[in-house]
Design a protein around this ligand. Structure first.
Ligand SMILES: NC(=O)c1ccc[n+]([C@@H]2O[C@H](COP(=O)([O-])OP(=O)(O)OC[C@H]3O[C@@H](n4cnc5c(N)ncnc54)[C@H](OP(=O)(O)O)[C@@H]3O)[C@@H](O)[C@H]2O)c1
Length: 265
């Protein structure tokens, strides 16, 4: 399922297994009548992971190489060289070091970026600077000139991109949110852009989707937006993965990518 009507799953008397057609499960766990005693699995498709990393690399390169500034210069017919750092001098921070965050970090590192990440647990990732938990968040933010959000949406991460956290980034930092719209407090981003604390934002997800026609993000010169397309489910590659989990369930073998409803992801 993908975004079933709240209460729909509870209305199915013989339901045994719930498979999310997407990587995130916030749409399921938000249903107050969700049969939480049933196993819930999410989709982890390596091709979807590749697609997300393509998106993240594309946007980080765009910000790193000052593409927005050059677009504006072209618009104005201006020929001017802007300062350019080397990738190794560019500090990128990734919120969420799961399936998607780890792959994006690895690919950004391969391009030479100085990458660090943040997660809930103290687990480390070989070759990557990892910060964990509430104490680790300011450390990650304080170093991130480009901050990429790849967190699941949970009670703990809702609104995590807000005026307090954005203020901890180095002045002029840029933001990429490809996780969920509700991670961002949208008015706080607009204020941070107005003050210069944030120089640019690339957003794939929004509190309300489709983004309303009169939303200020549409025509903001420092915002690039895409319509929730960073990585979507491709039936050709997803179907065999879903089938494998159904077979595992029928044969009593361990399920892959099980969700912990108490943890929220
Ligand atoms: N825009 C799109 O098209 C699109 C497509 C696919 C997915 N997504 C979004 O991307 C999200 C991430 O996917 P994924 O497959 O990478 O998920 P995942 O494998 O479950 O990884 C989640 C990561 O977030 C960390 N995390 C969770 N709660 C946290 C907290 N309170 N504090 C710090 N770290 C926390 C986890 O920490 P631990 O490692 O310590 O557990 C883990 O590293 C999905 O939930 C979905 O919302 C968006």
């Amino acid at each position: 399922v993908w975004r079933p009507e709240p209460g729909f799953l509870a209305s199915l008397p013989n339901l045994k297994l719930i498979l999310s057609l997407g990587a995130g499960v916030d749409h399921l766990l938000g249903d107050p009548q969700l049969p939480r005693h049933l196993p819930i699995v999410r989709l982890v498709d390596p091709h979807m992971t590749d697609a997300m990393s393509e998106y993240v690399v594309l946007q980080v390169l765009r910000l790193h190489r000052r593409d927005l500034d050059y677009r504006a210069q072209q618009e104005a017919g201006v020929w001017r060289e802007l300062d350019q750092k080397n990738a190794v001098e560019r500090r990128v921070g990734i919120l969420g070091l799961g399936e998607l965050g780890q792959d994006a970090a690895k690919k950004l590192k391969a391009l030479g970026f100085d990458v660090a990440g943040w997660r809930r647990s103290e687990k480390t990732v070989t070759g990557l600077r990892c910060h964990a938990g509430a104490a680790g968040l300011p450390l990650l933010l304080g170093r991130s000139e480009i901050l990429v959000c790849l967190l699941p949406l949970t009670a703990e991460t809702e609104g995590i991109l807000n005026s307090s956290t954005l203020a901890l980034l180095p002045r002029g930092a840029a933001l990429v949110n490809a996780a969920r719209g509700a991670h961002l407090v949208e008015e706080h981003l607009l204020a941070a852009l107005a003050s210069g604390q944030i120089s640019a934002a690339v957003l794939d997800v929004f509190r309300e989707e489709p983004l309303p026609a009169d939303h200020p993000f549409w025509h903001h010169p420092c915002i690039v937006l895409t319509p929730h397309v960073a990585a979507f489910t491709n039936p050709v590659t997803a179907a065999p993965i879903i089938l494998d989990n159904i077979r595992r369930f029928e044969e009593g073998r361990p399920l892959l990518n099980r969700v912990d409803p108490a943890r929220g992801y």
